[in-house]
Design a protein around this ligand. Structure first.
Ligand SMILES: *Cc1c(COP(=O)(O)O)cnc(C)c1O
Length: 232
């Protein structure tokens, strides 16, 4: 456990250093950028170690795995849990039962189901609207031209609070150009909804590009926890 703690501490320090360097290059305060450590495929014990190292935000992308992990955490109250995986409507109520923030709302059907689930649970849920940055839509997300309408729907819902946008860079092409597009979509939404200020973008391989294009939240897995099993 001590060895794993040291490994996580070293990797975390390396990522924080990268964020600081990128923030300096972008002429932004590093304190404006929140790190979400993506712990999918890694055990609850790693989340507890990360919490002990000062991590306050974790990301999970599979409902079943995430909910089981929540139950095993000894430091659940120390972390904010972000659900970042693709959503199916039959999973929405379950995700709503444990997630603090859902970043992957990408269609009206999901938005409406989540609003009802949050209302039934008697809570407000913070959400981000996921934007598709590739034409195939293979990584989920609403098309940029439909983002404003979905944002309006989310803001008009009774139990959801729209915080901003999330996206994954396309597998091919220049991530910086994709994040620039995301920033435009984010600004369009913010013109009507000034509180929707978050831009969740950037992962292990492209966080510098995301910081240059205004990301407020980074989702980093591999660079901190190591390679995931090849399953997914
Ligand atoms: C897995 C995942 C990440 C983290 O990716 P890494 O390359 O491991 O840093 C970020 N965002 C989403 C939506 C993910 O599913």
């Amino acid at each position: 456990m001590t060895a794993r703690r040291d490994e996580l501490a070293t990797n975390l320090a390396g990522v924080r250093e990268r964020i600081e360097r990128a923030a300096r290059a972008a002429d932004r305060p590093a304190s404006d950028i929140e790190l979400i450590v993506v712990t999918k495929y890694f055990p609850a014990s790693d989340v507890d170690l990360l919490a002990g190292l000062g991590v306050r935000h974790i990301g999970e992308n599979k409902d079943q795995e995430a909910s089981a992990k929540m139950a095993d955490l000894t430091r659940r109250d120390d972390v904010t849990v972000h659900f970042i995986g693709q959503l199916q409507s039959n999973k929405v109520a379950h995700v709503t039962s444990y997630a603090d923030v859902v970043q992957s709302v990408d269609r009206p059907k999901i938005a409406n189901a989540m609003d009802r689930a949050a209302e039934r649970a008697g809570r407000r849920l913070e959400v981000l609207l996921q934007v598709a940055l590739d034409d195939s839509g293979g990584r989920g997300g609403v098309a940029p031209e439909d983002a404003d309408a979905l944002a309006d729907l989310l803001v008009g819902s009774g139990s959801l609070t729209l915080r901003g946008v999330m996206a994954v860079a396309p597998r091919e092409g220049d991530p910086r150009a994709a994040f620039a597009r995301l920033r435009e979509v984010a600004h369009g939404i913010r013109a009507n909804h000034p509180d929707a200020t978050w831009i969740s973008a950037g992962m292990s391989g492209d966080l510098e590009d995301a910081v240059l294009e205004g990301a407020t939240h980074l989702r980093v897995g591999t660079a901190i926890l190591g390679s995931r099993p090849s399953l997914g």
